[in-house]
Design a protein around this ligand. Structure first.
Ligand code: G3I
Length: 325
């Protein structure tokens, strides 16, 4: 059944645009072949991001082998459907290939590998990707240290972050460079360190144009709404765009109508907060259907999306549409 008859609402991207935001989702190179999965993206989204296909390991599984096909397929989907595309992500602690992690490379070799990866990837997609998450989750979230102690940080040092931004800017000077990170926005959490991290980049004249706030929430760990607005104010005061990049709201099993309603309320509150602030220019969910969402591998929690596993809109979908209507 066509999506129009399933929702009875205008596409979410049209509603989001009324508040100065795009709306989109992470797309999966396998699931995109499903007609119903694809139909929702085609109707509801004006921006997409590759869930995994454009990460370092999937793109370069062996040192001599680049695997462009899945990423090319998603980029072609964006081109053919006139969607903006976010790039995710050039440098990260996860999904790096074994040849790199076990290669026992010297510091300069790792710098050269990182530089080559960034130039090849940014240049390949610069016609369709308008912004890149450069060094994903570079801020340490578990202790007082500033930098996430990743492979890249260990091998190169914290300067890998400014290097990566400068390489990406050199590869495509038009591309917006985003620092994308995990935020909690709950009790006891604040955005101080994330703000200091970005300010350090700015003080060092490192090209950075925006901040991506991932927003992986759960109905048992709701954000404090005032914190969201305060965070937007802080980054706006630094002259940065704010992208909501990976919103999902997991439910601890078993799923009940009450929990689905709690999920809808959380989605609605976040959608309203984002729409209320002019610094927020993108609003993406990290997967739109429970049929193929990364939480679905978790046996204790999931069902985090706006559409269910049968591609039907959930209360959370209507809550977001109402928040923007
Ligand atoms: O492709 C292999 C498959 O061949 C193999 O059989 C299977 C079982 O081992 O693994 C498959 O790879 C998995 C991949 O997703 C593709 O499905 C990896 O194991 C799995 O770790 C990977 O998870 C992804 C995760 O990032 C990696 O840490 C999730 O799909 C993806 O949604 C998630 O996305 C991240 C963002 O990039 C950054 N922010 C957090 C967000 C959620 O973790």
């Amino acid at each position: 059944m066509a999506q129009e008859s399933k929702t009875g609402k205008p596409p979410l991207w049209q509603l989001a645009n009324q508040h100065g935001m795009g709306f989109g989702t992470a797309i999966n190179a396998h699931a995109i072949s499903n007609d119903e999965y694809r139909a929702i993206v085609e109707r509801e989204c004006d921006v997409v991001v590759a869930e995994n296909a454009m990460k370092f390991g999937p793109l370069r599984p062996q040192r001599e082998t680049w695997n462009w096909e899945p990423a090319d397929r998603l980029a072609d989907f964006a081109r053919k459907n006139n969607k903006r595309m976010r790039g995710h992500t050039l440098v990260w602690h996860a999904m790096n290939p074994k040849w790199l992690l076990e290669g026992d490379f010297e510091r300069q070799e790792v710098i050269d590998i990182m530089r080559e990866h960034i130039f090849k990837t940014v240049e390949r997609y610069k016609d369709v990707i308008y912004c890149w998450d450069v060094v994903n989750e570079a801020v340490e979230r578990t202790d007082s240290s500033m930098y996430h102690d990743t492979y890249w940080n260990k091998k190169i040092g914290p300067e890998h972050i400014s290097m990566a931004h400068r390489y990406a800017h050199e590869a495509d000077p038009k591309c917006k460079l985003i620092h994308n990170d995990w935020v909690h926005e709950g009790e006891g959490w604040d955005s101080d360190k994330l703000c200091r991290f970005v300010q350090e980049l700015q003080d060092d004249n490192v090209p950075v144009h925006g901040v991506g706030l991932q927003y992986h929430f759960g109905i048992t760990e709701p954000p404090v709404m005032e914190k969201l607005l305060n965070t937007y104010d802080r980054f706006a005061s630094l002259g940065l765009e704010v992208h909501i990049t990976e919103l999902d709201v997991f439910i601890d099993y078993p799923v009940t109508d009450e929990k689905l309603e709690q999920q809808a309320i959380l989605y609605k509150n976040v959608a309203k907060a984002a729409a209320s602030h002019k610094a927020v220019t993108e609003f993406l969910v990290w997967g739109h259907t429970d049929a193929s969402h990364h939480y679905q591998r978790d046996k204790t929690r999931g069902d985090a999306c706006l559409w269910d596993e049968d591609y039907n809109p959930k209360p959370a979908y209507y809550a977001v549409a109402d928040a923007w209507s």
